[in-house]
Structures are given as C-alpha cells and as structure tokens.
Design a protein. Sequence first.
Length: 57
Amino acid sequence: SSVLEKARPVNDQLAELGQQVQALENRVKKYARQLADMTDQVAQMAALLRSHRMRTF
C-alpha cells in the first residue's frame, strides 16, 4: 500500500480532532460571554448596594 493510503486514517483523525477542538473553543467562548454577563450584573448590584448604603447612612 502506498504512503498516501497509510496517511489517510491519520488525516481523518486529525480532521476529527480539529472539529472537536473547534467545538470546545465555541463552548469556551460561550461560557466566557456568560461569565462576562454575570460579572457585569454583579458589578451593577454592587453599585446599587453602595448607592443605597450612602442614602441610608
């Protein structure tokens, strides 16, 4: 069998790995966006609490 025939399964595996890495990257990006949203929400809540405390004391 030729070198090309031997290389084909390796190429297929690499292509599959590449797709899995891409899917993981997309998930990580999604989680990063969610985390950024949560961070913004916490910052807003902290600002509200600070302004509320300043009014009450």
